[in-house]
Design a protein around this ligand. Sequence first.
Ligand SMILES: NC(=O)c1ccc[n+]([C@@H]2O[C@H](COP(=O)([O-])OP(=O)(O)OC[C@H]3O[C@@H](n4cnc5c(N)ncnc54)[C@H](O)[C@@H]3O)[C@@H](O)[C@H]2O)c1
Length: 382
Amino acid sequence: MRVMILGGDGYLGWPTAMAFRNAGYEVCAVDNYLRRRIASETNSDALMANPLLPERAALFERLTGGEIEVAVGDCCDFDFLSGLVRTFAPDVVVHYAEQPSAPYSMMGYDEARTTLSNNLIATFNAVWAVMRHAPACHIIKLGTMGEYGTPDIDIEEGWVEIHHKGRSDRFLFPRQAGSLYHTTKVLDTDLLWFYVRIHGLRVTDLMQGPVYGLSTDEADLDPQLMPNFHYDDIFGTVVNRFLVQAAAEVPLTVYGKGGQTRGYLNIRDTLQCIALAAANPPAPGELRILNQFTETFSVNQLAERVQRVGRHMGLRVDVQNIDNPRKEMEEHYYNPAHHGLIELGLEPHVMTDEVVAAMLEQVLPHRNRIAVERILPRVRWR
Ligand SMILES: NC(=O)c1ccc[n+]([C@@H]2O[C@H](COP(=O)([O-])OP(=O)(O)OC[C@H]3O[C@@H](n4cnc5c(N)ncnc54)[C@H](O)[C@@H]3O)[C@@H](O)[C@H]2O)c1
């Protein structure tokens, strides 16, 4: 099997590339370093330095003997991407290559436009490159649970049966995202559904929750193989921000009341989910949507957990509620379905205190490099 990873330098892309290679796939990792460029422009660099893609791939090959092909270029450049798909002839394309920061997408016109055009054109080009050169290829696309928002009803797994005036039909579950970034994912889903319906593509669209963790079988081989770890308000997820605040012994900053609840998962489970999706492709003409998370937590629950574990490790950890820079519900109903990946064989790694302690242990040696001012919100939704 041949797998092409779009966004192969990213937090998820690089560990995915290594995991597929170790599982015996031929792997091509594609990236244009957009994430690194935006991080540098917004003073949001990762806590630990990550070598560039060719250096990481060379180190991985030295350690394991497995070769990862690398292509540095822009998925929004159709000639580049379609040329790669033609020559590499993938059986699976894993599409991570998007601008994934909600705050960045809300900074202003230029950042919003970059997010909108990058994300939609990368998806559009991936679809066309596959249609032209590898029509049987399975596209695994990363969406987000944020596509659904926080409706006051149960969230289904992608689709909902609607009964209307005595008749019924199946539709995409309603989506109402809370940032422009999340809205680009909604638009991606519609674009994919259009091409699946009309051209018979086979697509898995994974509605993923925030991912945490730095440890995977391959990343643990050498610190230089670690995924990137951002802790700032632009790219850092709430888990990363809290871990770094605990390590720096500054208060964990909870946005608003802290009742915002989302579905989370360990990076090891992201790797399992992608592998399971790749091993079980949908039929041609099927858009399979799976909700990809293992547990739900409110922000307050995450803060309590990091505080408990941090204090146990001898750190001074306080929690502070601050004005919420986002427009979102701070207390709400949240009950999303997530059985599809479990049915495919996912065995969740849950967020135990030991897992939180292990993540803190990975951050603590770098505490003198933490710039605490980057963690406080620099972007407001209004
Ligand atoms: N990490 C999470 O918690 C999470 C949660 C839900 C969904 N997702 C989605 O999963 C995917 C991967 O997330 P991540 O955290 O690894 O993000 P990331 O920013 O670390 O990785 C994305 C990679 O894609 C590259 N990229 C972006 N646009 C590109 C383009 N036009 N051409 C080539 N490369 C391009 C970036 O340089 C980056 O290396 C994203 O689509 C994101 O929206 C992530």
